[in-house]
Ligand binder design. Sequence first.
Ligand code: TRP
Length: 447
Amino acid sequence: MSEEKRATFGGRISAVLVAAGSAVGLGNIWRFPYLAGENGGGAFLVIYLAAVLLIGFPLMISEFSLGTATRHNAVGAFRALNRRWSVVGYMGILSSALILSFYLVVAGWTAEYMVHSVTSDLVSNTDPASYVAAFESFVGHPLKPVIYALIFAVATHLIIVLGVQRGIERASKVMMPVLLLVLLVLAVNSVLMPGGMEGLKFFLKPDFSKITAETILLAVGQAFFSLSIGLGTMITYASYFKSDTSIKQTAMQVTLLDTFVAVMAGLVIFPAVFSAGIEPGSGPSLVFITLPSIFSTLPMSGFWSTIFFLLLVLAALTSTISLHESVTAYVEEEWKLSRTKAARLTTLLTGALAVVASLSLGIWKEYTICGMTFFDSLDYLTANILLPLGAFLTCLFVGWKFDRTLFERQLYPNGIPGREYPLLRFMIRYICPIILFVIFSDNLGLI
Ligand code: TRP
């Protein structure tokens, strides 16, 4: 597609909103709290924040610059600049499809919880053990979670075929401010719960004796997952930015907003976890058993849980849209298919994988890969291997191969580099790849 004909988002504010819509999602509210809970609370938070600042932010700028410089999907962007590096783009498209597959399953759970909030049977009980049992029987059910995941896939599909601008932009605009407000109310409520201070301490007071090399990899992987970087999603999105969009500001605002939501989610979850006597290391079920127990203590519990799960569904939807969009844009532009056909292929493939991922938590539990269910292995492979690897290669490319003046022109359209530029470039060329390399080799047992 020629540059003039390509869709663009409405302007600077919209660029922030859609990129934030991609970043803010289940990664912040479901994945971050459960990983922090399993890996030492405060210590995990500190490493996570360091990873966001030192590696996440420079990488988001790098991906944005590749998108605005080339105006292509992830594969097309690398190919336009240096053919040999298009393999990084392919890796990104593959990882997007894999992430989307298990993400749809979790998104389906949030939809199911929303429905049960409306009918009020979610919050009718106050015993944490009953929430655990309810969650387990739900995710292991052979049909229900599969149907919800497929409904989610179809909803994503419909928004994608409606087109970039109308669909994605509109969805992101309404949701973000409301989400922030509700999280704020819930965080205040949680901190005031009896015993809530214990949870606050767990989340905010680092105990570094709990840190291992694997914890660091998990925190870095989570930073990438949460910011939607490492696999070219932000390349595709930036290719739709208007030419006067400031990359630096957008990246800064998206990073801040995304991190704020994750920290708020921690402030909602951990005080309640300790107050209700839930195990912080419960794993992926953590928020799904903690949230109902928060809502059951509130006046108008059904109302709060409905609003919250509705927002979660929308936050998940703007993230599934971005994952879907990066695959669809690739198929559409590189395979020269119509947008509808490209979207249909993406939906069919990821929908089918989502069914397998969902069943792997129930009737297909005994089929494992390296001791993990198919669901867990998709999560592990993408967040802890493909994302950091993609991020590493993207840094190397932008730092060492990408034409320096072209890069500068993306960042500083008026031709005057900001004061932060030397530091930023140094981070992208040296600090980010070195940190990533060390973490990787350490986890593979090479050093
Ligand atoms: N960042 C999203 C979340 O936190 C998930 C996501 C959307 C993503 N697009 C991505 C993760 C691209 C990695 C890469 O829920």
